[in-house]
Design a protein around this ligand. Structure first.
Ligand code: SRM
Ligand code: SF4
Length: 553
């Protein structure tokens, strides 16, 4: 029997001397704005992607110029918590080095776009000085751990954030390459490096790995879209532990039916004290059994499907030395974010703000980035980014609310007050012009599409109806489109798959309704369906549930 060769990236990793490659030398090469391809793969583990401006790619090719290379950087901000001083520092970096403001991602952290190679080191040093990091924000490792933000009300939320931090820290790579390359760390080389979790051959994981923690009744982080999903079980106001789900993931490759989105499978319940051991068992099982030959089949979801959920459950117990109890009952009531002011158990206040596709910049007559800076200057609490690309100004003293409200209004951050239900519940991935994988517009299409959808909803008196809309520029699924009640998944410029019928709580995926259609057909299909929904829906019935109950999807 012939054994398939390892994917080329496996060799790049194992030959990288714990993620060094030749990144340090190539940053100093003034001849090109790029770095070699093998280094671009390793750079991801350091939290950065090489990109080029796709709007001007053809023009530069005609002029025989190299593409307009620059770098996207993603921070690691577990649970999306940002103290005001840190906000100011991260914002200052955006002003000095980035071209597109601050971008809140669907995994509640910041991305910066457009950083030039010659500035990359100073940028990373700036992130470090702001007491943040970018290590393992991307790459074949455990990435940013996400968690529920809404409502940020109880002492249990604060406790769960401590677990988020513990998980995040536990799975950080231990390589000293990051300090060496970016922070002027001692050039000690890899001799002393060890990776107790990821393996001492520098192979790290077969593919990216994601952990999410949801706090019922809100599934605002789409917990079942994560490789390891944890549902916090709180009884009588106290955290009992976590239900554990394995094998979630959204990505699919266009035209390859052997790839698919999958929701995590519940395998049991674990008490807090056993959480790290169980999580480590899941990560190392994937390290040892994940597919290292074909990257399109390398995520944990394929490992779980190949070896079976029962086998995987058993192996978690053997490896961790812990017994998984039966999953505990819980109920999700909603997805999406809560906007406006809410009051926590301790009497402090939280203000949820809507940020269109997470982009905070001063443009088109808006001064969102400046407004947030002014708020950061007076805030005594902290900021929390949400997994729906929005943010919460959290832990605000009663006495400070009026000043914050005034700034929110002055800088046009009060959009949440008037938005339609579908706008308040939409997510759009970045896509063009920065994403190298985009096949269609997404973030830039949202402001064009939304008014047209709103006009249709108005026709049927559905403007305030909360409907989960997800736009993605390709099937990779960065906006978790397979969990949208309505989703558009880009296939080519101006053409999308229309998917319909997920539930409102992130527990049922949608189905393909029309393939590869243009805007005219999208609006035509939805016009008819909205009309039907307005007429035949049951009281309180969500759009996705209506479509499934009536057999439309
Ligand atoms: Fe993503 C790749 C943006 C969340 C699945 N994602 C990319 C890249 C880096 C493109 C690339 O590889 O060259 C995109 C950079 C665009 C840009 O210009 O900034 C990109 N992904 C994003 C963000 C910024 C979307 C957003 O609009 O907010 C999100 C950043 C998250 C973060 O802060 O860590 C983002 N990506 C997601 C999610 C959602 C989630 O995790 O909850 C998914 C689906 C869940 C999952 O992982 O299964 C997701 N991104 C992918 C995939 C498909 C993975 C797969 O298993 O097939 C790719 C492509 C890949 O890995 O090969 C990808
Ligand atoms: Fe890029 Fe596709 Fe992700 Fe959108 S879904 S950001 S187009 S990789």
């Amino acid at each position: 029997m012939s054994i398939s060769p390892l994917s080329p990236l496996e060799n790049i990793k194992t030959g990288s001397r714990f993620l060094r490659g030749t990144i340090a030398q190539e940053l100093n090469n003034p001849v090109t704005g790029a770095i070699p391809e093998s280094d671009t793969k390793l750079l991801k583990f350091h939290g950065s992607y090489m990109q080029d401006d796709r709007d001007i790619r053809d023009e530069r090719r005609k002029q025989k110029l190299e593409p307009a290379y620059d770098f996207m950087v993603r921070a690691r901000l577990p649970g999306g918590v940002i103290p005001p001083q840190q906000w100011l520092a991260l914002d200052a970096l955006a002003q000095q080095y980035a071209t597109r403001g601050l971008r809140i991602t669907t995994r509640q952290t910041f991305q910066w776009h457009g950083i030039l190679k010659r500035n990359l080191r100073a940028f990373m040093q700036g992130i470090h000085d702001a007491r943040a990091t970018t290590i393992a924000a991307c790459g074949d490792v455990n990435r940013q751990v996400i968690s529920s933000v809404n409502p940020h009300l109880s002492s249990q939320h604060a406790l769960i954030q401590e677990w988020v931090l513990r998980l995040s820290n536990h799975f950080l790579p231990r390589t000293t390459a990051y300090a060496e390359i970016w922070l002027g760390g001692e050039q000690v080389g890899e001799a002393g490096d060890e990776e107790p979790i990821y393996g001492n051959n520098s192979a790290y994981l077969p593919r990216k790995f994601k952990i999410g923690v949801a706090i019922p009744p809100t599934n605002d982080c789409d917990v079942f879209a994560n490789d390891l999903g944890l549902v916090a079980i709180i009884e009588n106001g106290a955290l009992q532990g976590f239900n554990v789900a394995v094998g979630g993931g959204m990505g699919a490759t266009a035209g390859d039916p052997s790839t698919y989105p999958r929701l995590g499978s519940l395998v049991g319940f674990v008490a807090p004290d056993d959480l790290i051991a169980v999580a480590e068992a899941v990560v190392t099982l994937q390290r040892d059994h994940g597919n290292r030959q074909e990257r399109q089949h390398a995520r944990l979801k394929y490992t779980v499907d190949r070896l079976g959920v029962a086998w995987f459950r058993e192996q978690i117990q053997i490896r961790s030395g812990r017994t998984l109890q039966d999953a505990r009952p819980y109920q999700f009531e909603r997805n999406g974010d809560r906007y406006g002011w809410s009051r926590g158990e301790d009497g402090r206040w939280h203000l949820g703000l809507y940020i269109a596709s997470g982009r905070l910049w001063d443009r088109d007559g808006l001064r969102l980035q400046t407004g947030m800076r002014e708020i950061a200057k007076i805030l005594t609490g902290e900021f929390r980014l949400t997994c729906n690309q929005n943010l919460v100004i959290a832990n605000v003293d009663d006495a400070d609310r009026a000043a914050i409200d005034a700034l929110v209004q002055e800088y046009g951050l009060d959009g949440y007050k008037e938005q339609s239900g579908i706008r308040r519940h939409h997510i759009a991935c970045v896509a063009l012009p920065t994403c190298g994988l985009a096949m269609a517009e997404s973030e830039r299409y949202a402001p064009v599409l939304l008014p047209k959808l709103e006009a249709l909803l108005d026709k049927y008196g559905l403007r305030d109806e909360p409907i989960l809309l997800r736009l993605s520029g390709c099937p990779n699924g960065c906006s978790r489109p397979y969990l949208g009640e309505i989703a558009l998944v880009g296939r080519a410029l101006g053409r999308y798959d229309l998917r319909l019928g997920a539930d409102f709580v992130g527990e049922r995926m949608n189905s393909l309704y029309r393939e590869n259609i243009d805007e005219h057909e999208i609006l035509g299909s939805l016009d008819a369906l909205f009309g039907d929904y307005a007429q035949r829906r049951q009281p309180q019935e969500a759009f996705g549930n209506f479509l499934v109950r009536t057999g439309i999807v």
